[in-house]
Design a protein around this ligand. Sequence first.
Ligand SMILES: NC(=O)c1ccc[n+]([C@@H]2O[C@H](COP(=O)([O-])OP(=O)(O)OC[C@H]3O[C@@H](n4cnc5c(N)ncnc54)[C@H](OP(=O)(O)O)[C@@H]3O)[C@@H](O)[C@H]2O)c1
Length: 274
Amino acid sequence: MQPDTRRYTALITGCSRGIGLAIARAIAGSCRRLFIVGRDEKQLQAASAQLICDEVIILAGDITKTQFREDIKARVDALGGINLLVNNAGLSDFSAFVEQSPESIAALLDINLLAPISLTQLLLPQLQQASTAQVINIGSILGYIGHPGYAAYCASKFGLRGFTEALARELSDSHIRVRLFSPRATKTDLNSPAALELNRQLGNTEDSAEDVAKHFLAFLERKEQEYRMGFAEGLFTKVNQMLPFVVSRHMKKQLPKIRLALSVKGIGKDGNNV
Ligand SMILES: NC(=O)c1ccc[n+]([C@@H]2O[C@H](COP(=O)([O-])OP(=O)(O)OC[C@H]3O[C@@H](n4cnc5c(N)ncnc54)[C@H](OP(=O)(O)O)[C@@H]3O)[C@@H](O)[C@H]2O)c1
């Protein structure tokens, strides 16, 4: 008899496209049941059709809303819980800090930081009932490096990294692992024309969502606490931790290119960066 390899009952937020959908495709075969979350029900249905999994449950709604998070919990409870939570949904905003509206900053912190914290807290009793469980938060290389044009985004991803580290330590004598997976620039709808121009100006490597998902799958099966995509980016984050003034000096030299990119107008496919 073949061993049953479908060891996950997983919930992934931000699953209708981009990195979330690629991760869902990559882990679907290892899941008994997969809950996929996003705001657009039609897009989730299209996503679901691409997932080879015994059972896919679509949960359509806005995870920044308390009621929707309660609905998620009720549905997950009714179906016997999960043993893997992937907090992936997020948005980005590459723009001069002085030009960001208080509303857009609040929305960004809400989706990137408060929603994953609140959802994790709500689903923790479920995760505690599983024999082993994981929470994986999707961070960013910009959760390690303060980058001009990304002040609010960096604040959200630094915050998510701090949350992950603290909760992992709080639960370190339990069977729940809380870990951080941090992509570098990735070709998805998240990035506005200005952000794409920044990557071009600075020569930043852009991964495909499928590449990111492959690395995620490998990370899922290993034990390390965190993973950063890209050798050069990983090294840069370490230099930033040990010798921040070196990175500050480098970024100061890059400011003309960064300002040029910031001047590019246009809205991302996700509505980011007006
Ligand atoms: N792309 C990059 O360059 C990059 C680099 C580093 C880290 N990341 C991180 O990777 C994660 C995924 O990004 P991505 O590039 O895949 O973005 P994306 O292509 O824009 O996808 C974002 C997903 O989140 C969902 N979503 C957004 N707001 C939501 C809300 N309020 N409630 C429920 N779902 C919501 C979207 O669906 P709906 O719009 O239908 O709700 C969509 O499925 C994010 O946390 C991002 O910060 C991305």
